[in-house]
Design a protein around this ligand. Structure first.
Ligand code: MLT
Length: 270
């Protein structure tokens, strides 16, 4: 069972965090960063199962879930600094294991470049280090404009089939994802799309990451495909790459028990 914790961030904004498992010097802290256009509840299977062994924190990015969207546009570096505020409020005794899914992974790369001293390890799931092509940037701008003009669902609906495997054994997970997507305010869709369009390319820096790193993707992930994922993971000196069978882009939800076992084993090898 998770608790919702909210605190006021440096900009006077509310930052919401779903938390499970007690904090103590012996228990590693695992911070989970959701993808787009989702929220902290995405991590319910991890908050439920991993809290037995870890202090689990699932912050909600600006405008998602119960977190405030700042009035201005933001960058992914700003989101990484929000995560640092969460760490300093809720997990200041410990170095973090930071896990980011897709957009959350883009933010995790930024956190690694800005606050590496606070990291014990990185888990990069269903994500990629590269930046957007010009064409992809133009697509993000179109999505941002469409969300403002026609509403969230009109803008994000085409993403839904790319998120889950076509014949998923978890139709209730697909329903949950659709509800999460529909709940995102249009201004949040627009701000996040613009921030992702402007993100940095971390590929040239992968060789500088000496942290223990776990890279995960789904066998059927169309957004972070296995072959490309294995190629960039091989550029990180201390990385292990796992491809999860029967999983699409949302491995922690669609194949939660496999994902949880891989992550537990990485943080505390038996
Ligand atoms: C996500 O799952 O966060 C998105 O697919 C990321 C993206 O649109 O690049």
């Amino acid at each position: 069972m998770s608790n919702q914790v909210s605190f006021i961030g440096a900009r006077g904004n509310t930052i919401s965090v779903l938390a499970a498992g007690s904090a103590s010097a012996e228990r590693p802290t695992l911070m989970l960063v959701h993808g787009f256009p989702l929220d902290g509840q995405f991590w319910e299977p991890q908050l439920a199962a991993l809290a037995e062994r870890f202090h689990v924190l699932a912050p909600e990015l600006r405008g998602f879930g119960q977190s405030d969207l700042s009035a201005d546009d933001y960058s992914l570096a700003d989101l990484a600094d929000d995560l640092e505020q969460v760490r300093s409020h809720l997990a200041s005794q410990q170095k973090l294991f930071l896990c980011g899914l897709s957009m959350g992974g883009y933010v995790a790369f930024e956190y690694w470049s800005r606050h590496p001293q606070h990291l014990a390890g990185l888990i990069l799931t269903n994500t990629k280090p590269s930046s957007d092509s010009e064409e992809a940037q133009a697509g993000r701008q179109m999505m941002a404009d469409k969300a403002i003009r026609e509403g969230t669902w009109a803008a994000v609906e085409p993403m839904l089939p790319k998120l889950m495997t076509p014949h998923t054994s978890q139709p209730e997970a697909a329903t949950k994802i659709e509800a999460m997507m529909r709940a995102v305010p249009p201004a949040t869709v627009a701000a996040a799309s613009r921030a992702m369009a402007m993100r940095r390319d971390f590929t040239p820096m992968l060789g500088d990451n000496n942290l223990p790193t776990l890279v995960i993707t789904g066998e059927h992930d169309a957004i972070a495909p296995p072959e490309a994922t294995q190629q960039w993971a091989a550029l990180i000196p201390n990385a292990t790459c796992k491809i999860v069978a029967n999983s699409g882009h949302l491995t922690p939800l669609e194949t939660a028990s496999q994902f949880n076992a891989i992550v537990s084993d990485f943080i505390c090898p038996q």
